[in-house]
Design a protein around this ligand. Structure first.
Ligand code: GLU
Length: 465
């Protein structure tokens, strides 16, 4: 019988959730969801000084926003110290771990000595055979094998091995009584039944140590997969400089969660040359075989493009709350949902983000009195030749019973025929009068959505500039 897949996301709440962490979460979530398995959230908050509740909340909010739901947790490592201690005691009792009284300075001196000899810097095992008991300032170290090698099969990178002489008796419990990352992560991953551990390859050097711990504790090894680091467009380590922000900043700037997921998944996973994916589709397509080995480049422009495509493909009703929120952020009026649902289809083809859409929606939500006319633009477009025509049109349109696109088109066409002028002469003046801008969505669609009263009021105002 194949084992039920169990994966996890174990962030440390010492910072916001960024692109890298969110991608790791996504791969683990997709693996669990695609296999009908379980996805566990665990907060690794043993670094008490640097962990904050605010960061934990931000991480949970980011996960919820991205739609990465979890089946268990969040567990908090800070509440599981007894569990770690129980396993540390077990290792001590079986002689697989020992107390060490060397001070941090002494250990640093040992490392320096090794470096001077051209060797890998490490603890030299001074307390290994001293049989020390507990005492103030003492740490617990693993009694690691002195020779042989430690290997594991990596799902992404193939077989990996290290010479055990490269490893040292690393610390399991610090002098302050807190377990180290390697100890806590192994105990938790084993007890919580993880079958697969996907994470960034910055953890590659921890994995052999963890393998030694699984062996010492008598736990079965999970499968490990290390995905390549995410780089910026200049192929250097990803940073703010490359426009990489926290997940919640993307939300606040009007990116859709499905677009962020879509962009994240392409950082290390592919399905032919398909670029656009809906979350449901990802769940059905995801497989470990398509995880790539080569470095992944995060390109903010690509995210903008992916976002614009997801905006285009969304039902307008789904975008209503997002647009409302962005309008509010920009301190623009927020009209009712039914009106926004009419405005959105006009802007969907042209918005990279929902913030961008809110900017473009301004002409639809501002009151007629708040539409600003640039006197230069009005002077240039509403010429003396054009003004009488606009005046005449106002009267015509006034008489329209229906103000939909076709009625508008028909009425204006009739006017052009009667006067013998070309639409080109009037199109831009009407646009500027109705929106205050040189560019807008289709003129008749815009007028229909705005409605008769507003269109006419704006045309009158423009003629007064
Ligand atoms: N808390 C660790 C981190 O955020 C977890 C690493 C792991 O996946 O084992 O880097």
């Amino acid at each position: 019988m194949t084992k039920h897949v169990v994966t996890r996301f174990p962030p440390s709440p010492t910072g916001n959730l960024h692109i890298g962490g969110a991608r790791t979460a996504l791969f683990n979530w997709l693996l669990a969801r695609s296999q009908g398995g379980k996805f566990i959230l665990r907060i690794e908050d043993t670094d008490v000084e640097r962990s904050t509740w605010e960061m934990t909340e931000g991480i949970l909010e980011s996960m919820r926003w991205l739609g990465m739901d979890w089946d268990e947790g969040p567990y908090f490592q800070s509440q599981r110290l007894d569990v770690y201690n129980e396993h540390i005691e077990r290792l001590l009792a079986s002689g697989k771990a020992y107390y060490c009284q060397c001070s941090a300075d002494e250990v640093e001196a040992m490392r320096e000595e090794a470096r001077a000899k051209g060797l890998k810097p490490k603890y030299n095992g001074r307390c290994r055979e001293l049989g020390l008991g507990p005492g103030p300032g003492r740490v617990v170290r693993l009694k690691a094998p002195l020779d042989g090698e430690t290997g594991f099969e990596d799902l992404v990178r193939g077989y990996n091995r290290v010479d055990n002489r490269e490893l040292d008796d690393f610390v399991l419990r610090r002098a302050d009584g807190m377990p180290t990352y390697n100890l806590a992560v192994v105990v938790d991953d084993a007890l919580m039944g993880m079958t697969h551990i996907l994470r960034g390859d910055d953890h590659m050097s921890n994995t052999p140590k963890q393998v030694l711990l699984y062996q010492a504790l008598g736990f079965d090894l999970p499968s490990f997969g290390h995905v390549p680091m995410i780089l910026g467009p200049d192929k250097k380590k990803l940073s703010k400089r490359h426009g990489a922000m926290s997940v919640l900043e993307y939300r606040d700037r009007g990116y859709l969660p499905q677009a962020v997921l879509n962009t994240l998944v392409r950082l290390g996973w592919s399905h032919g040359d398909q670029e656009l994916f809906e979350p449901e589709e990802l769940i059905s397509l995801f497989s470990l075989h398509n995880l790539g080995k080569s470095a992944c480049v995060f390109n903010p422009e690509k995210l903008d493009w992916v976002n614009s495509q997801h905006i285009k493909n969304s039902p307008p009703a789904d975008l209503v709350p997002l647009l409302a929120e962005q309008l509010q952020r920009k301190e623009l009026p927020v009209p009712d949902a039914a009106y926004l649902e009419q405005v959105i289809p006009l802007l969907q083809p042209r918005a990279a983000t929902m913030a961008d859409m809110a900017d473009q929606a301004a002409v639809f939500v501002l009151s007629d009195e708040d539409i600003a006319y640039d006197p230069d633009l009005v002077g240039k477009v509403l010429t003396a030749e054009v003004r009488p025509h606009l005046q005449a049109l106002i009267e015509r349109l006034q008489g329209l019973a229906s103000f939909d696109q076709s009625a508008l088109e028909e009425s204006i066409r009739a006017y052009l025929e009667e006067t013998g002028i070309k639409f080109k002469l009037l199109a831009q003046p009407i646009r500027v009068a109705v929106t205050g801008k040189k560019a807008s969505p289709g003129l008749f669609e815009t007028m229909e959505v705005l409605g008769k009263a507003h269109v006419l009021r704006r045309m009158e105002r423009a003629l007064q500039v």
